[in-house]
Structures are given as C-alpha cells and as structure tokens.
Write a protein that binds this ligand. Structure first.
Ligand code: ADP
Ligand code: NI
Length: 216
C-alpha cells in the first residue's frame, strides 16, 4: 500500500463530500483539523498515518453531516479495506471516528494516543477566532439568536434553567466551548488550547462590555 496515495485519495473523497457543507463541518474544517492533528502527532509520537486518515474522515459519519450514520460508517469501512490499509489500522481509524465526537461530553473517554490526538485537534477548531466564527455560523444555520439578554430572565428561574431552555450562540460558549480546555487529552493539545481559550474569554468580556450587561 502506498500511504501517500491513500492520503491523497482520502483528501479528494472528503473534499468532494464536504465542499458545500454549511454547518461548520466543511472541507476547510477538515483541512485545519488534519493539519493540527499532524502537528500534535509529531510532538506526541503518535502514528501519523492513522491520525491523518482518521482526521480526514472524522466528520463523514457525524449525524450533523449524514442522515444515516450506520451506513456512512459501513461505507468508510469498505473504503479503508479497499484502499489496502491493514485491518488493525482500519479498525483503529473506525473506532476513532466513532468515539471522538463530543455528544454532550457524555462519551466514554477515548483510549488510544491517536484517538486523543484527533479529538484534541477537532476540539481546538471549536476554540479561538475560528471557533467563534463556527459557533455563529452554526447558530445562524439552526435559527438560534446571538444571545439572550439576562435582563429578560424571568423571576424564580435560575440562570442554569434559563440557559437550558434558551439556546443561543453565546449560550453555546457556556454549554461547551469554555469547557474544552480542561478536556484536552495531550500536553500539546492543552498548550494550544490555552491561548485559544483566552481569546474566547476576551471576546466574552468585550461582548458584554458592548451590551452594557454584566458578564455571567
Ligand atoms: P465537531 O463535530 O467538529 O466536533 P460539533 O458537531 O459539535 O463539532 O459542532 C460543529 C461546530 O458548530 C463547532 O464549532 C461547535 O462549537 C458549533 N456548534 C455545535 N452546536 C452548536 C450550538 N448549539 N450553537 C452554536 N454552535 C454550535
Ligand atoms: Ni469536526
């Protein structure tokens, strides 16, 4: 098996599939995640080939991208085997794809170093300036507002209850984005997350400064 050729073929497959994706899982998300994943793999001594292929394919079976996750996974399995990737690596790549997605943070922790690397790279793309851009694009796509004014929180309702019933782009920072830095698996991932997390904090400070409300 020619590993470079498999990487090139996989890039083409994913590019064609996700070029017009509109929920933040587009080809450029995949490109960034794959680049970051390779950088982390280098520093953490992970298997670069497994990390690269898993990063390229990581969103192709996500329920936000496909209607039928089972079928998408079985198509990926078929593709990996037909590409000549050995069975152990193919199974490893499939497991990574299945386990890394966030799903409310309730997934069992990822186990292999390569899975940890791809998950860190994917999470890093939800932080920093890019993460903020993706969050607002996603909110726009599903029809969520930018934020809810706290001044509108009804009496006798906690901020927590209010948030659970009122999704918004800013709410997503509290629900997920601000938690990610503590969920990083690798030392390199943690280092990269720190600066991007700081950017989110600064963004929220400025956002609430401009609204004239106290930041929650
Ligand atoms: P991925 O599969 O890339 O890990 P997700 O599928 O969870 O990420 O989300 C894709 C992008 O959309 C991320 O940047 C995420 O922060 C954003 N996103 C997901 N859910 C919401 C939401 N309810 N409101 C705003 N942004 C969201
Ligand atoms: Ni992703």
């Amino acid at each position: 098996m020619d590993k470079d050729k498999v990487v090139q073929d996989t890039e083409k497959l994913v590019k064609d599939a996700l070029m017009n994706e509109k929920s933040g899982h587009d080809w450029f998300h995949i490109k960034r995640v794959t680049k970051t994943a390779k950088e982390i793999a280098d520093k953490e001594d992970a298997d670069t080939f497994v990390v690269t292929i898993a990063a390229l394919l990581h969103d192709l079976a996500d329920d936000k991208v496909v209607d039928n996750e089972e079928k998408a996974l079985s198509d990926i399995r078929k593709y990996l085997i037909e590409s000549g990737i050995d069975h152990t690596d193919a199974q490893h790549i499939l497991t990574i794809i299945q386990t890394i997605s966030f799903k409310g943070g309730n997934n069992p922790p990822v186990e292999t170093l390569e899975a940890k690397v791809v998950q860190d790279a994917d999470r890093l793309d939800a932080l920093g300036a890019i993460g903020i851009a993706r969050c607002f694009v996603y909110a726009g796509k599903v029809g969520s507002p930018i934020y809810h004014s706290q001044l509108e929180i009804r009496e006798n309702m906690s901020l927590e209850e209010y948030r659970n019933n009122n999704s918004s782009a800013i709410n997503h920072f509290y629900e997920k984005l601000l938690k990610l830095k503590d969920l990083m698996n690798t030392k390199t991932g943690k280092e990269l997350a720190a600066q991007r997390h700081e950017f989110l904090e600064n963004f929220l400070d400025q956002f609430y400064l401009e609204t004239g409300e106290e930041r929650p």
